[in-house]
Design a protein around this ligand. Structure first.
Ligand code: HPA
Length: 274
């Protein structure tokens, strides 16, 4: 099914009513490890997803399920503490629904972060990757169904989903902080099972540097709606088949937790330049 444009307007209206005169410009969808950044937003206005019509709840561990609006690094932000994933049973349209709503609320910029598996054998667990592009061959697009011309064209150009000037800001920010910043291609898999070693080899051959179960759908919806996007992956584990050890959600959360300090510093530094 396709949601009508009026659904997005209804959701946006409820948010706007709660925000009053406050007008966020940067939307942030924070994945595993960075959810706490919503807790350090200054002068926060917190809106549980359940209070927003047509919003879905997030069920993934560590995803609180609320929108926190306020100021972060001097920028007016709308932070999604928790995202929706396709593996939770949501359609891609539902997964990226909130991004479109936040565009209507006035956000023209989007920061996406995630935890991902590392495909690139030259990198290490705990490295941070700037997403320069993605591969999302599998399953349908969040734009499938009736095109909502109010957001963008039927056939959007996705040559530069991850905005070049934001990538430059990320490189400069990492350098200032003395942080090693990897750059690469995020390969989207729907999950919830981790990839097989053969899928990881295929991702590598195709040019992928990381594998993950989020971000690409939201980035596509954002690009369609003309938003500028900055994306980062925290590489929480080597992908299946690289090390002789089983993968687990616990390992992902542990690494994300251990590396949240430098990761959040980088995101904050970037925000200043966005
Ligand atoms: N694969 C997919 N998604 C992930 C992984 C992985 O290895 N690690 C964290 N998220």
């Amino acid at each position: 099914m396709s949601f009508p444009f009026s659904f997005y307007q209804e959701s946006a209206q409820v948010i706007q009513n709660k925000l009053g005169a406050f007008q966020p410009e940067v939307a942030m969808v924070l994945g595993s490890g960075l959810g706490f950044m919503g807790d350090v937003v200054e002068n926060p206005i917190v809106i549980p997803y359940g209070d927003i019509p047509h919003f879905k709840v997030s069920t993934a561990p560590g995803h609180k399920g609320q929108l926190v609006c306020g100021t972060l690094a001097g920028k007016k932000v709308a932070v999604m503490q928790g995202r929706m994933h396709h593996y939770e049973g949501y359609s891609y349209e539902e997964v990226s629904y909130a991004v479109r709503v936040l565009k209507l609320v006035g956000c023209t910029k989007l920061v996406l972060t995630n935890a991902a598996g590392c495909v690139n054998r030259d990198w290490e667990v705990g490295d941070i990757m700037l997403i320069t592009d993605h591969i999302k061959f599998f399953m349908e697009s969040p734009l499938r169904g009736d095109n909502l011309d109010e957001f963008g064209p039927r056939f959007p150009d996705v040559s530069h989903i991850y905005t070049p000037r934001f990538q430059d800001a990320a490189r400069q920010s990492a350098q200032k902080l003395g942080l090693t910043l990897r750059e690469g291609v995020y390969c989207y898999f729907p999950g919830p099972q981790f990839e097989t070693p053969a899928e990881v080899r295929a991702a590598r051959v195709l040019g992928g540097d990381a594998c993950g179960m989020s971000t690409a759908p939201e980035a596509i919806a954002a690009a369609h709606a003309g938003m500028e996007v900055l994306g980062f992956s925290m590489l929480t584990n080597m992908c299946a088949g690289i090390l002789d050890q089983p993968l687990s959600g616990e390992e992902v959360n542990e690494t994300a937790e251990a590396r949240k300090g430098p990761f959040s510093e980088l995101v904050l530094k970037c925000l200043e330049k966005m």
